[in-house]
Each structure stands twice: as structure tokens, then as C-alpha cells.
Design a protein around this ligand. Structure first.
Ligand code: FEO
Length: 410
């Protein structure tokens, strides 16, 4: 059966593919409602542009839709906003079928093109402000890197006030009714997508929104999920709010946030955590708080990590390792930016005491500044050792406030 053809705006057609059965995307994302790989065709008076392709396994659906809206010799441009395989999977075959088409990618996509396509194909590089014309249709490019890969760009179709946003504003949500006012309630998927794909790149999101706001947008065509035509600025505002809110509390209080995460089996690491927190909180400009990892769920871990300027992790050593909640905490950094954050580790131990060093190395690998040696105490801390914990907390807090130390152990 031939697929339905949907004209999403005058001369702009949906040529994507639906994947209702996918349940995990990119390893980390659950996709209870499946997904779609959106592609579009823009038809102008002087030719056609294909905006992205689909995942390779769905190429047949893509070509079936494409062939219903244009012939291959009409295609003048193939635009890839982002080269991840869910959007570039049908590129090689499309270029074989449309050999006269000019491929347009961002400058940062060049290395990825070589890595993914594994063959030399001609391309042209788009930059912000570059325009291509299809006669009565004009497409302007906007560089929006890191959303979700470094290569990502967006484009704006002037005559239809249509933003091709790449992964930005996407949702993993399959619904063939396509438009946001006709599909089911996808807002959970819209926010979940933001949290897992965009949240680590908040500043890049804000930069992209600034570019978008220069245009009068009345429809947004993302690469996944519903097409957004009901109050597009509302979606832009949501992204703006989510990308700014972690700064809200510290801006309101005018303080730096220092979080002490700990887990303790015989209360010894807990005692250390209390003293470290006490020392840190004594520094002007620092608000220190402590959290028991045994009772913190992932969502709260992510929020606290994001809001914290400095992070201290205390763990005992069990079988030569830090305990699992400490590793779970650090795995949450996959959703966040760590550049500029300060880290330190501590813990009580019985025999070998590797945990603080192991966590220290992991923090360093995550690009935290780790200026202090891990603090380790054998079994039950003495009063003197607890005083040392206060000093340790104070010192890391002072560094968070800008104190320079002679030589950082990085
Ligand atoms: Fe939908 Fe980042 O690819």
C-alpha cells in the first residue's frame, strides 16, 4: 500500500519513517511510544531539497514517500542537519539515485561524514546565514552545534516561516497523526528527550534559541516525533526555561552550592561527611548540604549535581571498590555538563581503602577539577581526624570560591 502523503506546509512534505516498535534509543533512552525518523521535502519553483533521510532499516518507507512527491532528477539539494545514523542511513542510496544533487552539511560534520559513510562523496559546507534558493523557496542555515552532536545545524524556510530544527524540539513519540494538535499527549516524551539529549548542553541550547528568536516561526519540523505548529514559541520558551533554571536558586541566594554525597556502612564515612559539610559551610559565599546516597533517586541526583558548583563524594571501600550508589551518582553526569565543577572524595576504610582514589580518578576523567588529594581515614575517625575533615571541607569550599592553591593535584 502506498503511504499517505502529508503536506505540512505549502510545498513541504513529510517523507520520514515510523518506528513504532523501538523501545530503547541510543542505549540510554526508553521509548515507550516508539519513535519516528522525520525527513522532509521542500519543493520550489526551481527544484527540490530533501531535508535529512532516515535510519537505514527504514529506507524503503523513506524512498516510497519521496517518490510520491518528487522525481530523483528534480532533487537539487540534500541537506543533512545531523549525521547520526538515524538520519543519514539512506544517504548513500539517495545520492546514487539523485547523482546531480548537492549534499549540504555543517563544517563539523565533515569528519563524521568520513567516519559514518566510509567513502568519499562531494559535499558543500553550510554556515550561519548561508542561503540556498529553490526559486520561490529560500532556505537559510543556522549552526546549532552539540544539539545533539557537534555537527548539528538547523535551517529556516523563509516563505513558510518553517524551522527545520534537527534533533532540537524532538520527541521519541510515534503517532502517524504527525501534528502536535492531533497526536496523543506527547509532552512527557518532549521533556524526557530534552532531559536526556539536550540537558548536558544547556548553554548551546540557549545559543540556538537566540538564533531562532531572530525569525518569525510558525511551524517547527524536528527530526523525531510530532511537528510543532501550535504556538511554536511556547516550545521555545519551555527549552529556554529548562536551560536556565539550574541557575535560578544560586542566583536568588547569590551563593555557590557545595554538595556532600556520602554512603556509610558503620557510620564512619557519615561522621566524616558531617564534618566536611561543617567545614565547607563555614566559608562565606558557600551553601553546603549533605545527602545520603542510599536514599537518593536518580532524578534527584541529576538535579543536585547540576546545581552544585562543588561535589564531594564519600564512600567506604568494600572488596577493593567504592560502593555502587557512588558509581551510580557519577553515571548521572552523562546527562550534565561537568566543565567548571570542582570535586573531591573521602571515605573511611578497614583494610585497603581504594574507594576515594578510584572516585577521584573518575571525577578527573569527567573533567572535574580535583585539586585535593582524597581524604582517607582508617575505621573510626578520632577527634583529631574529624578536625581534619573540617579543614578538608573548608579548603575545597575556599577553592570553589576562587582561592588559588600552589599546585593542584590534577
Ligand atoms: Fe536523532 Fe541525534 O539523532
Amino acid at each position: 500500500m502506498l503511504p499517505d502523503i502529508v503536506e505540512i506546509k505549502n510545498g513541504v512534505y513529510f517523507t520520514g519513517a515510523f518506528d513504532p516498535k523501538i523501545r530503547t534509543f541510543d542505549i540510554i533512552m526508553k521509548t515507550a511510544n516508539g519513535s519516528s525518523y522525520n525527513s522532509y521535502v521542500v519543493r520550489g519553483s526551481e527544484g527540490v531539497a530533501v531535508m535529512d533521510t532516515v535510519k537505514k532499516e527504514f529506507s524503503d518507507d523513506f524512498f516510497a514517500r519521496l517518490e510520491r512527491v518528487c522525481t530523483y532528477d528534480e532533487i537539487r539539494y540534500i541537506v543533512l542537519h545531523h549525521l547520526e545514523p538515524d538520519h543519514s542511513g539512506a544517504l548513500i542510496e539517495l545520492m546514487k539515485r539523485a547523482p546531480e544533487a548537492r549534499l549540504i552539511i555543517s563544517g563539523r560534520a565533515v569528519m563524521m561524514l568520513k567516519g559514518i559513510i566510509k567513502t568519499d562523496i562531494p559535499y558543500e559546507i553550510a554556515t550561519t546565514g548561508k542561503i540556498i534558493s529553490l526559486g520561490d523557496k529560500t532556505i537559510e542555515f543556522l549552526m546549532t552545534p552539540f544539539l545533539h552532536w557537534p555537527d548539528t545545524m538547523s535551517s529556516y524556510l523563509h516563505e513558510e516561516k518553517l524551522l527545520f530544527s534537527g534533533d532540537v524540539f524532538g520527541s521519541h513519540y510515534y503517532d502517524e497523526r504527525l501534528f502536535d494538535d492531533e497526536v496523543g499527549d506527547f509532552m512527557y516524551a518532549f521533556q524526557y528527550y530534552y532531559d536526556h539529549i539536550m540537558r548536558p548542553f544547556k548553554q548551546h541550547v540557549l545559543n540556538a534559541l537566540e538564533l531562532y528568536r531572530k525569525f518569525d516561526i510558525n511551524i517547527i519540523a524536528p527530526l523525531h516525533g510530532p511537528i510543532l505548529r501550535t504556538n511554536p514559541m511556547g516550545y521555545i520558551d519551555k527549552y529556554a526555561s529548562w536551560s536556565s533554571q539550574s541557575k535560578f536558586r544560586k542566583n536568588e541566594l547569590g551563593m555557590k552550592m557545595l554538595s556532600v554525597f556520602y554512603i556509610s556502612s558503620y557510620d564512619n564515612t557519615h561522621k566524616m561527611a558531617e564534618k566536611v559539610t561543617q567545614g565547607a559551610d563555614s566559608v562565606a559565599g558557600i551553601r553546603a548540604s549533605m545527602y545520603d546516597l542510599a536514599s537518593l533517586d536518580e532524578h534527584n541526583m541529576i538535579t543536585l549535581l547540576e546545581e552544585s558548583d562543588a561535589i564531594l563524594i564519600g564512600s567506604p571501600t568494600i572488596n577493593g571498590d567504592a560502593v555502587r550508589p557512588a558509581w551510580d551518582l557519577l553515571s548521572c553526569m552523562a546527562y550534565l555538563e561537568s566543565i567548571g565543577k570542582i570535586g573531591a572524595t573521602f571515605g573511611s576504610y578497614g583494610w585497603t581503602g581504594e574507594a576515594p582514589e578510584m572516585l577521584h580518578e573518575r571525577l578527573r576523567g569527567l573533567k572535574f577539577r580535583v585539586p585535593l588529594k582524597p581524604l582517607k581515614i582508617k575505621l573510626i575517625p578520632t577527634e583529631e581526624e574529624l578536625d581534619g575533615c573540617v579543614v578538608f571541607g573548608r579548603e575545597i569550599a575556599e577553592i570553589a570560591m576562587g582561592k588559588m592553591i600552589e599546585m593542584e593535584l590534577v
